[in-house]
Ligand binder design. Structure first.
Ligand SMILES: *[C@@H]1O[C@H](CO)[C@@H](O)[C@H](O)[C@H]1NC(C)=O
Ligand SMILES: *[C@@H]1O[C@H](CO)[C@@H](O)[C@H](O)[C@H]1NC(C)=O
Ligand SMILES: *[C@@H]1O[C@H](CO)[C@@H](O)[C@H](O)[C@H]1NC(C)=O
Ligand SMILES: *[C@@H]1O[C@H](CO)[C@@H](O)[C@H](O)[C@H]1NC(C)=O
Length: 327
């Protein structure tokens, strides 16, 4: 994903830098301001950047000073996993030590890509995510919440649905996984995860619970949440965000308050138009959720069939209790 000069020698793998990394992020023009901040943070650490424009409005980004340094891919109404499967083939991104496959609605004021990667390397993590600031984030899973006094955590404690998570827990949702909104993968982990992504199942549900199989060893050690570099998950429902797929508690409250406030200052026909627009977006979100649920079931069925049909397969986590996240 590095843009090469037509002449002069390209930068070679393993040259002066200590690591190479790629930021890949699905974007819509509505999130331009936030994405600008995120991309600058990564470019200043010499990371490569690839933007997946799901709304087709790529020209709206040309005024940004870094626009020509990024790679832009346009495909209308496609999801992060659709793009990732098609444009981040492991051979193509093999030059990168680490891949950030992020949503567009993440706040990065307390995040530094260089420091983050140094922690990932020193802790021996193959898959990670930055912790979420619980005061300003939409939280779906407790394992993502930042521990204010720690550097990294790899498990949560206490009850998760009916499951009592403790130091004895060996798998999700207590340990050994991260959520889909801000994952970071090592080269080897990405090669594995890319194969897990199903070409036709574009919402990515269920994938996070299987990340442990890509951990390159013990998932309770090689997957973790980095607390000292943390982010805000704004939870804006869009194609770029995993929140489009999730019941968006905070987001939907915020939306309805917002429209009520706007409505009071407008005439009734405008109010009706705003309401119709909101209804449509709520309606399309519920369609997406329904589709995601269908895809999750197909993903599970394919997994089970693959396990049945592959006689050589030995499940490394088989002796562990079968846990499922209470989403
Ligand atoms: C980024 O690359 C430039 C040019 O090669 C170099 O001077 C700079 O030190 C690098 N910065 C980091 C953080 O690696
Ligand atoms: C993309 O989605 C928008 C909003 O749902 C819709 O209006 C538009 O027709 C879609 N475009 C394509 C090419 O599917
Ligand atoms: C937070 O991290 C500190 C230091 O690593 C640790 O002692 C503490 O138990 C952690 N708290 C939680 C809730 O995990
Ligand atoms: C949950 O697990 C912890 C650690 O194993 C244990 O101390 C605690 O009693 C358990 N809680 C319940 C209600 O079983």
């Amino acid at each position: 994903m590095e843009l090469k000069p037509l002449w002069e020698n390209p930068r070679l793998k393993g040259s002066s830098e200590t690591y190479t990394a790629l930021l890949a992020i699905p974007v819509g023009i509505k999130q331009k301001k936030n994405v600008d901040i995120v991309v600058r943070k990564f470019l200043s650490e010499n990371c490569s950047v690839i933007l997946f424009h799901y709304d087709g409005k790529v020209d709206g980004w040309r005024d940004l000073v870094w626009s020509d340094k990024a790679i832009h891919i346009v495909a209308l109404n496609q999801t992060k996993w659709w793009f990732a499967k098609r444009f981040l083939h492991p051979d193509v991104v093999d030059i990168y030590d680490y891949i950030f496959l992020w949503d567009e609605d993440l706040g990065v004021e307390n995040f530094h890509a260089g420091r983050y990667l140094r922690i990932m390397i020193s802790e021996g993590l193959e898959i990670s995510q930055p912790a979420l600031d619980p005061r300003r984030s939409e939280i779906h899973h407790r394992i993502t919440v930042r521990n204010r006094t720690g550097k990294v955590h790899r498990r949560v404690y206490g009850f998760h649905g009916s499951l009592n998570c403790s130091d004895d827990s060996r798998g999700p949702p207590c340990t050994g996984w991260v959520e889909g909104m801000a994952p970071v993968f090592s080269r080897a982990a990405w090669r594995c995860v890319w194969h897990l992504i199903q070409n036709d199942l574009i919402h990515g549900w269920g994938l996070d619970m299987k990340l442990g199989y890509c951990a390159q060893g013990d998932r309770t050690k090689k997957i973790g949440v980095i607390d000292s570099e943390f982010i805000i998950h704004q939870g804006i429902p869009s194609l770029g965000g995993s929140s489009a797929d999730k019941p968006s508690r905070r987001g939907s409250h915020r939306g309805s308050r917002h429209s009520a406030r706007r409505g009071s200052r407008r005439g009734s026909s405008e109010r009706a138009a705003v309401k119709a627009q909101n209804d449509r977006s709520i309606d399309s979100r519920s369609h997406v959720r329904r589709q995601s649920t269908v895809e999750l079931e197909m993903f599970r069925q394919r997994w089970d069939r693959a396990v049945r049909e592959d006689e050589d397969w030995i499940d490394p986590f088989k002796h562990m209790r079968r846990n499922r996240a209470a989403t």
